[in-house]
Design a protein around this ligand. Sequence first.
Ligand code: ADP
Ligand code: ASP
Ligand code: MG
Length: 403
Amino acid sequence: MVIVQKFGGTSVGDLERIQNVANRVSKTLKEGHKVVVVVSAMSGETNKLIAYAEHYTSTPQRSEVDMLLSSGERVTAALLSIALNAIGHPAVSMSGRKAGIVTDNVHTKARIESIDPSAMRAQLDAGNVVVVAGFQGVSEEGNVTTLGRGGSDLSAVALAGALEADLCEIYTDVDGIYTTDPRIEPKAKKMDKISYDEMLELASLGAKVLQNRSVELAKKLNVNLVTRSSFSEAEGTLITKEENIMEKPLVSGIALDKNQARVSLSGVVDRPGIASDIFTSLADASVNIDMIIQTLGHDGKTNLDFTVPKTELLDAQNVVEQFIGKGEISEASYDENICKVSIVGVGMKSHTGVAAKAFQTMARENINIMMISTSEIKVSMVVAEKYSELSVRSLHSAYSLDQ
Ligand code: ADP
Ligand code: ASP
Ligand code: MG
């Protein structure tokens, strides 16, 4: 079999742990498989490099940021390759470019456009382990790009797809996907299986255990994806098609996103096209909008509330100020002390009362809900950040996920 194994930041956090990874890869090799390893930077490294760049300016050139950040993954790729060779397994490391990963030119959040796996194939055929630096690619113009935070997961899934690998294993510091973040709720339970769609919602709604784009791609390419621990032999969680899962709980998991901020606009001129103007300008500034609430207009004015990632609040603020300057918005306020808590489950499709139970749970805890949004398989609520953990734990027990 061809197996792609991805090791996250904690798993390669120091030299000892990289040795441990080499030993794990060795085990897979001895079972007769061909292995492509994808590695993250050592934990904390990417944040450290970002802080270095921001020492000089709060807006470093994104192309330079990519040049800088991509170095973190290269360090671990080279070290792991050296460690593998040292224990008798011939290995070569590759940057994203060498691995054939071509992306668009959107620095710090590039999208993969194509992968040419021939260099990796040649090395595998020659009997080598291929160790690829995750999180990075190269644009048509030859510039180094990175794939957005947590992007090594995406590298792994994309390479598994391009190599038509039999399995893509994501090794991390927890032994699988839990009903909620086990750091917040120790009573969280590990799932044996979860559907692509539920995992995609959980990941998009804040569960950072898998990057959301990696799940999206795994679904599209039908990649057999398993999340497991690099520190134990425990069986992980299979992320698979919904029809492969017999038991469908009403609610499968709870996600928490603390990287949200709320923008509240009042006195917005109530004319056709205003929403289009505001949100087009925000999109042009690369601001990702999540929930939107517009209230009924009065006297030609309306109110508009929406959420954006905290990291994009400054960009959003700049756009809003322009509309205030033009007299199309009277006032704006910004709240960074919020969070989004979500319940996810395919069972919601066919059952009523799931959302009501979430609202009752919050009411019982006296937690005020500021915004609500729903889809077929999720209910999200914005609440004050100080209630984040309480909300997660209360919902977790309300849907009996700890049983
Ligand atoms: P890596 O560095 O290996 O990529 P991450 O830190 O990105 O690892 O993701 C693993 C972390 O995700 C866990 O330590 C855990 O705290 C967090 N997490 C959030 N939600 C969940 C969940 N539902 N199941 C498992 N882990 C989760
Ligand atoms: N090192 C990158 C990050 O911290 C990519 C990754 O770990 O997946 O976001
Ligand atoms: Mg990660």
